[in-house]
Design a protein around this ligand. Structure first.
Ligand code: ADP
Ligand code: MG
Ligand code: ZN
Length: 619
């Protein structure tokens, strides 16, 4: 079978995505490869398809048990023999799997890196033909990344022990220059073909909302997204507890996850989420490593994370199936303070000396500042993120809350001058709150203590609402007319540009015309960019068909004891609603329906389509 036939027969897809085919061709030609593709781009197929074509066994190295389980489950569902070897197996199971492997039953074997150099495993590997070693999540070899795994360093030694060097391929979604070099050096890739498709995830909608009633906003979002699966990230365990309890009281199918729960509860809650028994989960950042759930339709942040890296990683858990998904950050000023406390009390770097710790802290504060700017920028959010990672996007993506908001140019010169004047005349000694309160003319104890009520700019902006003054203050920082120190005091300082603002004019800022549009509507426009029509253009009948198909999927998944998205992805169900297949041939045309899966599930879904579309079945 050639690669196209395999793609169709086992995976049910008609065409390769951008980088997939190139990577596969180079692997098949015997070359080492490094694929850097964003989450959901389809890295697995890049080694799974060659694995079925190469003469010999492909070993896939993966860092987490849950990832291996998920992938092997998917392969088995597609009719491909695959197994995993890791610590979740009992000794008996492990030896049985190894025995099958020796017999050559599995073209693909997932193995935990810490197993590679064990006696039993080496004995198997040395007596088998290993065609390829595929290293998934390859950034784990690098100390630069956030997910360094010492056991990944064993991979090279393992490869060196083999009699014939196999093809080595590596895949990751996160590779800065340092990490990429590390992967090539540490894994000793030989003349590798490096393919990088960039960080952008076009199917994700990005939004920022600064709302007074955060809970109300989240609740109304969930109400308009009933039945969909989503993650809601909180900054603290306490927030997780509170939010989860409130949502349960309001009748949402939600569970929770944070590091303070027992292992057993965490495992159970995570499974409830993955199997869609609780399609919603409220969690701290402890949740998500190793979650490959493809039908997560939204990731909400009930609070701003500590940096863009974390935000993009967490938000990126939405829409792995390539279907439209939404990532919305609900910002509140308190989040900055919470994060500053985290940074000040960070215990991760105990072994560093004082100077090094100060440096780390400084860097963390800087990253927090850039995260905060994300919440205030009026530019394209996607562009902001891509620039942060050193990529250039277009200035307009059409699929983020800023690109979809109508802005008007507003002259803020007067506000800017009052703020800068106030900082200057009080000799750059005070934090943002004191400055804002002064120009607004507040009468607080602090203002009196510092005698800011005698400042020449006191009350100069009495008529301007505080939120607008803050907006302008943030804007002045982004434009570097003012700077705020990154320590916990957040002192406002002048910059080299401050003088210009006082002399030259006018200072113009883009301000939103209308407060907000409902995200559902907002995302629609962005979704129009997609080539394939999606669920947003469904008729009522198709909507109802989708729900019915989802129910069929849930039942089959229960019977098979696999997560629903492994039976068929949301994308496949969506496509099924558009094609409305009533015969086997038509069903096989649906993206994601391969022959093996058709034989297993096809009839059930066909029956459902026919019934819903009112097709009478003869004889
Ligand atoms: P990654 O590891 O890059 O995050 P996965 O390998 O898990 O991504 O794939 C993400 C999703 O995309 C899966 O549901 C997969 O079946 C699907 N997919 C992969 N390749 C294709 C393709 N050529 N056409 C359609 N869907 C694809
Ligand atoms: Mg992957
Ligand atoms: Zn945009």
């Amino acid at each position: 079978m050639d690669k196209y036939e395999i793609l169709k027969k086992y995976f049910g897809y008609d065409a390769f995505r951008d980088a997939q085919e190139t990577l596969i061709d180079h692997i098949l030609a015997g070359q080492d490869t490094l694929g850097i593709m964003p989450t959901g781009a389809g890295k697995s197929l890049c080694y799974q398809i060659p694995a079925l074509m190469l003469d010999g066994i492909t070993l896939v190295i993966s860092p987490l048990i849950s990832l291996m389980k998920d992938q092997v489950g998917s392969l088995n569902q597609a009719g491909i023999h695959a197994a995993y070897l890791n610590s979740s197996l009992t000794t008996g199971q492990y030896f049985k799997a190894l025995a099958f492997a020796r017999e050559g039953r599995y073209p693909i074997i997932y193995v935990a890196p810490e197993r590679l150099l064990t006696e039993e495993f080496l004995d198997f590997a040395l007596n088998s033909r290993i065609a390829m070693v595929a290293v998934d999540e390859a950034h784990c070899v690098s100390q630069w990344g956030q997910d360094f795994r010492p056991s990944y360093l064993k991979i090279t030694e393992f490869i060196g022990r083999l009699k014939k060097r196999p093809i080595v391929s590596a895949f990751t979604a996160t590779a800065t220059k340092e990490v990429r070099d590390d992967i090539i050096d540490i894994l000793m890739l030989q003349d590798p073909m490096v393919m990088s498709t960039g960080f952008d995830r076009a199917n994700l909608y990005f939004g920022v909302m600064s709302v007074r009633d955060r809970y109300g906003a989240v609740r109304s979002y969930l109400e308009t997204h009933r039945g969909e699966s989503g993650i809601i990230y909180c900054l603290t365990r306490k927030h997780v507890e509170d939010l989860c309890a409130r949502l349960i009281k309001d009748g949402f199918p939600v569970t929770r996850y944070h590091a303070g729960l027992s292992d057993a509860e965490r495992r159970k809650n995570q499974d409830d989420f993955i199997y869609d028994r609780s399609p919603l989960i409220v969690a701290t950042s402890a949740f998500g490593m190793g979650i490959d759930k493809s039908n997560v339709r939204f990731v909400l942040h009930y609070g701003m994370p500590k940096n863009i890296e974390s935000y993009y990683q967490e938000a990126g858990r939405a829409g792995r199936d390539g279907e439209p998904a939404e990532c919305i950050l609900y910002y509140s000023g308190q989040d900055v303070i919470t994060n500053q406390l985290f940074i000040a009390h960070n215990q991760d770097n105990q072994e560093l000396d004082a100077a090094a710790r100060a440096l780390v802290m400084e860097r963390d504060r800087d990253r927090l500042r850039k995260m905060t700017f994300y919440c205030f920028t009026n530019e394209c959010l996607r562009d902001y993120i891509l620039k942060y990672f050193g990529e250039y996007g277009s200035n307009y993506c059409g699929n983020c809350s800023n690109c979809l908001t109508q802005f008007e140019e507003t002259d803020v010169t007067e506000i800017a001058r009052a703020l800068i004047g106030c900082v200057e005349s009080s000799r750059q000694r005070y934090g943002t709150t004191v400055i804002v309160d002064t120009v607004h003319g507040a009468n607080t104890a602090k203002i009196q203590n510092y005698r800011m009520n005698e400042n020449p700019h006191y009350g100069a902006l009495k008529e301007v609402p505080v939120y607008r003054i803050r907006q302008v203050l943030n804007y002045l920082q982004i434009q570097e007319y003012l700077a705020v120190t990154t320590d916990e005091y957040a002192i406002v300082k002048l910059t080299a540009k401050s003088g210009d603002a006082l002399k030259e004019g006018p200072i113009v800022m883009k301000l939103a015309k209308e407060a907000k549009r409902p995200p559902k509507e907002a995302s629609k426009e962005g979704k129009n960019k997609r080539s394939q029509p999606g669920r947003e253009s469904f008729t009522e009948k198709e909507d109802s068909l989708f729900e019915k198909l989802r129910t069929v999927r849930t039942e089959l998944a229960k019977r098979e004891k696999v997560p629903p998205y492994i039976v068929f992805s949301d994308r496949t169900l969506t496509h099924m609603c558009i094609v409305k297949p009533t015969t086997k041939e038509e069903m096989l045309n649906v993206s994601g329906v391969g022959e093996f899966k058709y034989n297993k599930y096809g009839e059930s879904f066909l029956a459902c389509v026919k019934e819903e579309m009112g097709v009478t079945v003869h004889g």
